[in-house]
Design a protein around this ligand. Structure first.
Ligand SMILES: [Zn+2]
Length: 505
């Protein structure tokens, strides 16, 4: 018997509107005192009327379109009734049978996975308001902070199309990136701006690899997973737990809800799942049904290029390796920066007369840009905690810097110093910095020859050993010349001169 995991996800994304879903209260809730961003509407006082936040509708539709969904012409809000301290109205305004978006999909690319591309169906996406937050005091008492109550959420429900925990992780990472490209949510899981529930059951296959189960077996819903790692680990644990139950012939008989304990690395039982009918959904009488066709058309017209399309275009247009294109596109601001750098560089490339093959040169430039932008500049930014959005280097300056490297006017060591100085601001012109600080590549044969002779003189032991056959000492001697020139000497020139001098001695 083989057991195949059948996994579906429900994701809540907090939309980054300035005001709440149905009232004018600000949506930020952590930097202010508890229960200050509230009003009679989000506190659920009797007789108040909710007013729909139109921007949230736009954001929701934008996400629906990005997930290849059909946007409903007509949609409405419903009351989802349940009683809980964080819900002052005793119902949540959500959407039941007419969500804003249905029937979409996202293709998940799993490098080295069992199936390289997994198409994940999107069942639906709907809008709703968030609940408030229970705060547990040290004395055992519980307080409620209503600041978060009523902030807009989009809930995205997938089909049970995932077959491995790794697929869910890649899907969630891509969803986060899409939300950021669409500029509708920061989608930061650590801050609770993106939350995930995962459903999982196992499907049996017999020894001829034919499915034994026709329908789906009772599932476990693991609630409130708040990091990619937690999602992956919780699902891996559930696969092990449910496999054991099946093997012991005590399979799950009903669907249950479990929580994830990351410290212990286990899921724990919370409750048996209520049916959807328990919520006694009914249409929200205070909000008119929504006609969405016009907004959908408007949003369709201004949908930005999505990560998957951008990666493909970066590969073909800028001759980037897939992994480099992916890394550049993982942050929309970095992708914009890279795009501007490349367009400057290609203009420069086309202005050079004696180029043999432009495509070859583009490939070479792509490698140089990747290595300097992703590894070296990326490293400097992390080291100094600077975000690419506020960095003091413009794409024009960086492109010029790349031309200095590409034409070998700057070597790696000098380049790194120029880049550091550019990052500090003040003078951002790489040419100026290179000349002023004399960081350009030293090509003066006389100067390098002097250094070579001095290095040979001051390291007689190494020279003797080199001559006795320890050829690896040549590297050491080249290193000494580079050190003497503070990294600016042309290393190839230094090597040739050393070889000539060592032979002559
Ligand atoms: Zn309010």
């Amino acid at each position: 018997m083989r057991y195949e995991p059948v996994i579906g996800l429900e994701i809540h994304l907090q939309l980054k509107t300035k005001t709440k879903m149905f009232c004018g209260c600000p949506t930020h809730y952590t930097a202010v005192a508890p229960n200050t961003n509230i009003c009679p509407i989000c506190m659920g006082h009797p007789g108040v009327l909710p007013v729909v936040n139109e921007l949230a509708i736009h954001y929701g539709i934008r996400m629906g379109l990005a997930l290849n969904c059909t946007i409903a012409d007509r949609s409405k809000f419903d009351r989802k009734n349940y009683f809980y301290p964080d819900l002052p109205k005793a119902y949540q305004i959500s959407q039941f049978d007419l969500p804003i978006a249905i029937d979409g999909h996202m293709d998940v690319v799993v490098p080295g996975g069992e199936r390289e591309i997994a198409r994940i169906g999107i069942t639906r996406a709907h809008l709703e308001e968030d609940a408030a937050k229970n705060v547990h005091g040290e004395d055992g008492s519980t307080y409620v902070d209503f600041n978060r109550g009523g902030t807009p959420l989009i809930e995205i429900v997938t089909e049970p199309d995932f077959r491995t925990p790794a697929e869910t992780k890649i899907f969630l990472q891509e969803l986060r990136l899409i939300a950021r490209y669409l500029d509708i949510s920061s989608a930061d899981m650590e801050k609770g701006h993106m939350r995930c529930d995962a459903n999982i059951s196992l499907r049996r296959f017999d020894d001829n690899d034919k499915p034994v189960d026709i329908g789906l077996n009772p599932k476990t819903e693991v609630k409130n997973l708040n990091s990619f790692r937690h999602v992956e680990r919780a699902l891996e644990h559930e696969i092990r737990r449910q496999t054991k139950l099946w093997e012991a012939e005590t399979p799950p008989l009903e669907s249950t809800t479990r929580g994830w304990d990351d410290t212990k690395g286990v899921t724990t039982n919370q409750r048996s799942k209520e049916d959807a009918a328990d919520y006694r959904y009914f249409p929200e009488p205070d909000i008119a049904p929504l006609a969405l066709a016009e907004i959908a058309n408007e949003e369709k017209g201004k949908l930005p290029e999505l990560p998957v399309a951008k990666r493909t275009r970066f590969e073909s247009e800028y001759a980037l390796r897939p992994s480099d294109a992916r890394q550049m596109c993982d942050d929309p601001a970095l992708a914009d920066f890279a795009e501007n750098v490349f367009s400057e560089l290609h203009v420069w490339l086309e202005s050079i007369d004696d180029i043999q093959d432009v495509d070859v040169e583009k490939k070479k430039l792509a490698k140089i840009v990747s290595s300097w932008l992703l590894s070296r500049l990326g490293g400097l930014l992390i080291e100094r905690s600077i975000d690419v959005r506020i960095m003091k280097i413009s794409p024009e300056n960086f492109a010029e810097f790349i031309t200095l490297i590409a034409t070998r006017k700057l070597n790696n060591a000098g380049g790194l110093q120029v880049l550091s100085l550019m990052l500090e601001g003040g003078d951002n012109d790489p040419h100026h910095i290179m000349e002023e600080k004399q960081l350009g590549r030293m090509e003066d044969e006389g100067l390098i020859a002097d250094m070579v002779l001095r290095v040979i003189e001051s390291h007689p032991a190494e020279v003797t050993r080199y001559k006795a056959g320890e050829e690896q000492l040549l590297k050491f001697l080249i290193g000494m010349v580079m050190k003497a020139s503070e990294g600016t000497a042309d290393a190839a020139m230094a090597k040739n001169m050393l070889l000539v001098e060592l032979k002559a001695e």
